[in-house]
Design a protein. Structure first.
Length: 328
């Protein structure tokens, strides 16, 4: 008897959907693939366009859906979005045989999908808001420089922070700082910090942890305010380094708001708000008092080439189809 699998494709062009359908259907003839909407109650698997992984709608969908979730991308620049959220993905243009096997097994496996992040696991076990409250309290202590020593644990990694001294000690490579929401925190003492731990400045570690996180930056900053860089961020990981340096360059010489940064960089507002969130809490940008944006709800006018106009129209069309499939 063939095994039926209900699969949904989200956010892809018709050409990309055709490629994905061929790849999935040809994988194993023992499966009968049924293409269904994202709202289907018996959904087995979802393939999401990596371009949309950082949107709040997609993140909300991923945390709630019980089906297996994988992703696909055609631009190498989107690969880090999949890596950051621990979602298995393939390059539509040239997937290797091994990557394809792993990807298909993840999509079609009958077992219940594990949550995307450790934070989701923790929340399911505790079923209380205590973890989120603890993380927010720690974030407040880090920003305000409270005189306390903290220890963060993520898998086999340990981070010790002397908050008042502005020093961090880690037992892992500095380029492997995990997203802030993945860490569990407890009080510690100076004596617990091993002599072998690597030392970092707090602003470097905190910026990296927030930048690599899936936190919504808009919840932590004034989105209508103007900001100015006062200390250059030094991204520790290669993931997102280009975006950090470009945004920092535009915020260095004079105050800017989110929409001015979008005009200059063409980055999505979610990425820009995360940059301002990370640099603000790390003390690398300053909110400029007395300056506010009154055009936050208006999209900036961008002179576009025909190619840019075509890409934007394609993206709008994909997003409209995506929202329709999610029932939004």
């Amino acid at each position: 008897m063939p095994e039926y699998k209900k699969i949904c494709l989200l956010g892809f062009t018709p050409d990309a959907e055709h490629i994905l359908k061929e790849v999935i259907v040809d994988h194993d003839p023992s499966y009968v693939i049924q293409w269904v909407p994202a709202s289907h109650p018996l959904l087995d698997g979802v393939v999401i366009n990596a371009t949309f992984l950082e949107s709040s709608q997609v993140r909300k969908f991923v945390t709630k859906v019980r089906a297996n979730v994988v992703s696909a991308y055609s631009d190498e620049g989107d690969k880090f979005l999949c890596d950051k959220q621990n979602i298995i993905a393939i390059n539509l243009k040239d997937p290797s045989d091994r990557e394809l096997r792993v990807w298909l097994n993840q999509l079609l496996t009958t077992a219940e999908r594990r949550p995307t992040t450790l934070l989701n696991n923790t929340a399911k076990k505790n079923k209380t808001p205590a973890v989120a409250t603890n993380k927010d309290l720690v974030l407040k202590q880090l920003k305000e420089g409270i005189d306390v020593v903290l220890r963060g644990v993520y898998q086999k990694q340990n981070t010790w922070i002397k908050v008042a001294s502005g020093l961090v000690y880690i037992d892992y490579a500095r380029e492997n700082v995990a997203g802030y929401e993945l860490w569990s925190w407890e009080n510690a003492t100076d004596d617990e910090i091993p002599d072998s731990a690597r030392q970092l400045k707090l602003d470097l570690w905190l910026f990296e942890a927030l930048w690599q996180s899936t936190l919504d930056g808009e919840k932590y900053i004034d989105t209508n305010a103007f900001y100015q860089l006062n200390r250059w961020p030094q991204p520790l990981s290669k993931q997102g380094r280009t975006e950090v340096l470009r945004l920092a360059a535009h915020a260095q010489n004079h105050p800017v708001n989110m929409h001015q940064l979008q005009v200059k960089t063409h980055y999505p507002l979610e990425k820009i708000s995360k940059f301002l969130f990370a640099t603000s809490y790390a003390g690398q940008t300053t909110l400029v008092e007395g300056m506010r944006s009154y055009v936050a709800d208006k999209k900036p006018h961008l002179p576009q080439t025909k190619e840019e106009q075509k890409k934007n129209e394609e993206k709008k069309s994909l997003l409209a189809r995506f929202r329709e499939k999610l029932g939004l």
